[in-house]
Ligand binder design. Structure first.
Ligand code: SAM
Length: 218
């Protein structure tokens, strides 16, 4: 395999992307810095550098997508990541979102249901040196109880409702960010766990994700 290169051109394209995200309303500097550091073109090698740094979702393997950078920034900002937090991600896909979280100092456990993507991305993230990301194969709609509780949970596929196992696996004081809706459009939801029985749910902007498929989903 030819070694991957991150040139001045790529860094320049990332600067423009960060500026675009800032203009679109992303304020958290640590999120913008992480986007400015992670070479998105490594995660989607079949596209040109220009395409890789456009603010759009792109097709990856297994009929799935890498989310639009704005969506990645928006979800990450809602998570309010601090170094050392344990984050569960459902929907590994290309691994880009996991890399952004790791870049911000989070310990990431990411679950993917498509074996082809799981294998490719687990190998790639390891080669990239992301030792704080653990990739798992399985149905993330039921979470991953073995490593619970989590400080944060992020779901990067559209769910019909908030899966109860995810709420259960969230730490008290922790936040879940998940797009919920029908197959066509979903509202971004944040759920803050106040206690085992009390949750504060906030409905935010509309997005379009690929479906979350599994026992606790479609
Ligand atoms: N976070 C990804 C990235 O950075 O590239 C983008 C994720 S893509 C929009 C959604 C992913 O969720 C797909 O790879 C899909 O296979 C996966 N997915 C769907 N249902 C799932 C489930 N129940 N458990 C785990 N992964 C699931």
């Amino acid at each position: 395999m030819t070694p991957l290169k991150d040139t001045y051109k790529h860094k320049g394209l990332r600067k423009v992307l960060v500026k675009t995200l800032r203009e679109k309303g992303i304020k958290d500097e640590s999120v913008l810095e992480a986007i400015g550091r992670v070479p998105r073109h490594f995660f989607i090698q079949k596209y040109t550098a220009e395409k890789a740094y456009e603010d759009t979702a792109l097709q990856i393997d297994a009929g799935q997508t890498i989310s639009q950078p704005f969506t990645v920034a928006y979800q990450t900002e809602l998570l309010n990541i601090k170094p050392g937090l344990k984050v569960l991600e459902i929907g590994t896909g290309s691994g880009y979102q996991a890399a952004i979280l790791a870049e911000m100092g989070a310990k990431v456990i990411t679950v993917e249901r498509q074996e082809e993507l799981y294998r490719k991305t687990a190998k790639f993230l390891a080669e990239m040196g992301y030792t704080s990301v653990k990739c798992l194969l399985g149905d993330g709609s039921v979470g991953f109880p073995a490593q619970a509780p989590y400080d944060r949970i992020i779901v990067t596929a559209g769910a019909p409702s908030v899966p109860q196992p995810l709420l259960k696996q969230l730490k008290k004081g922790g936040t879940l960010v998940i797009p919920v809706g029908d197959e066509k459009i979903q509202k971004m939801i944040t759920v803050l766990k106040i206690s085992e029985k009390e949750y504060e749910k906030i409905e935010l902007d509309a997005f379009k994700f690929v479906p979350l498929i599994g026992e606790g989903a479609w």
